[in-house]
Design a protein around this ligand. Structure first.
Ligand code: HEM
Length: 406
């Protein structure tokens, strides 16, 4: 009986070998000895914890990705990548599977959210100059992650096999076909056929549930490893604080309630704080916010499901997914430049940014005045892309003529 009473404690102690730490040594060993915590450094610079610096955008992107994997695996129990069954399975999810609609909503909204959040995170990194040495290569990995996120979302778009999916992918993949010489071959490789059909559904499914998530996981792992190897997050160059520069009880971190370790005299000894518990509390906070946000949106709005595919009746206009509507808008002016030339140049330019912009001033601060030109150019680039997407989404009607949404 006594053994039975002790059982929970014995199990707990077999997993967590140390009591809750109360000393600096304890905080350090807690980080070292836990599989998940040891991904974090023992200490982080206090700038890392300033919500106004990162806005938590990278973390939100990560948590959305994790939610997508979890909800995606659950959806896989019901989905069949066959043109004969896929749409019926969607109806089953809506009508007969417990929480099926909610699960689908979560997956759909988290996917759209991830595209937007990864873009906002990229903007944060740019506007704080965080792509500069020694973080150039992590920026390049980030650009890869951005493209993969778009692809993952795009390949998932086809799976419900409804009118929206079919025609969006038909339009999206035709854009790839505008590339000179290799365009049609690339399109054929993507679709496994000359038109969107069973082969395309299977290819998109395999890319969506295996290839892209695995590659994204790999790149995210390298992304985080690089952050540690690059010395943590970027920050402004500043002298280490001394006992006189930080008053007793200085509070910093999430909303002021996460405190740095205090020395006996009551002052912060340097700019670093222990990851346990400071960083963990911040991460937990962002995690809860992200999950709550996705759950709320999924309760309020249902993911669209239109009529089953009808290859004889294209909607007018047939639109690509919203994040490719900027491309579709440009294609309406010039198929080659809009669909291939300009996007390729944009990606090349994004990749080369850290190697072209070598000045080191203004890193670690939002919109530093030393970086006025670079920030203005990037802002212009982002605004143009957003305007093109808005035009494609709201201002294009039948035959791609200009309409007003009101
Ligand atoms: C799946 C997509 C991504 C995930 C999950 C992710 C995650 C993160 C996280 C958690 C951080 C640290 C905290 C933060 O800044 O919020 C970070 C930092 C960073 N990310 Fe990303 N990221 C992604 C995509 C990108 C993209 C698209 C870029 C740029 C093109 C990028 C470039 C960087 C850089 C350079 C840093 C270091 C920033 C600094 O030192 O201040 N990441 N990322």
């Amino acid at each position: 009986m006594e053994r039975l009473i002790q059982l929970p404690r014995l199990v707990w102690d077999s997993i967590f070998r140390h009591p809750l730490p109360e000393t600096d040594l304890g905080r350090a060993t807690t980080s070292f000895n836990n599989f998940f915590l040891h991904l974090h450094p023992v200490k982080v610079h206090r700038n890392t914890l300033r919500p106004a610096y990162t806005l938590g955008l990278g973390l939100i992107s990560l948590f959305l990705f994790i939610m997508l994997v979890v909800s995606g695996v659950l959806l896989m129990f019901y989905y069949v990548p066959s043109t004969a069954q896929a749409y019926d399975r969607m109806l089953d999810l809506r009508g007969t599977v417990a929480f099926g609609t909610f699960l689908r909503n979560m997956h759909r909204w988290a996917a759209h959210g991830m595209v937007a959040l990864v873009f906002f995170h990229m903007c944060r990194v740019f506007f704080t100059g965080a792509y500069k040495a020694p973080r150039e290569f992590n920026w390049v990995i980030g650009v890869g992650l951005f493209l993969l996120t778009l692809l993952a979302s795009f390949t998932g778009y086809l799976l419900p096999w409804d009118q929206l999916a079919f025609w969006a992918i038909t339009v999206g993949t035709s854009i790839a076909g505008y590339a000179p010489v290799v365009g049609q071959d690339v399109r054929f490789l993507l679709l496994g056929d000359h038109a969107v059909g069973q082969e395309a559904l299977l290819r998109f499914y395999v890319l969506h549930v295996v290839v892209l998530p695995v590659v994204i996981t790999l790149l995210v792992t390298i992304h985080f490893w690089r952050i540690r190897k690059d010395g943590g997050l970027s920050r402004p160059e500043e002298p280490e604080p001394t006992a006189t520069t930080l008053p007793v009880g200085t509070r910093y971190g999430l909303m002021g309630f996460v405190r740095g370790p205090l020395t006996k005299s009551g002052n912060v000894p340097d700019n670093a704080v222990f990851s346990w518990p400071n960083l963990l509390i911040a991460e937990l906070f962002v995690f809860v916010l992200t999950v709550a946000g996705v759950l709320a949106v999924s309760l309020l709005f249902n993911a669209p499901l239109e009529e089953p595919v009808n290859v004889m009746h294209p909607p007018n206009p047939a639109k690509a997914p919203w994040y490719f509507l900027g491309l579709q808008e440009m294609v309406s002016y010039s198929a080659f430049w809009g669909g291939v030339g300009i996007p390729t140049l944009e990606v090349l330019l994004l990749l080369l940014i850290p190697y072209l912009d070598r000045r080191t001033e203004g890193v670690g601060r939002w919109f530093a005045k030393e970086r006025l030109l670079a920030n203005s150019l990037f802002l212009l680039f982002s605004v143009i892309n957003i305007i093109l997407i808005a035009i494609g989404t709201f201002f294009r009607g039948p035959n791609w003529t200009f309409v007003t949404p009101w």
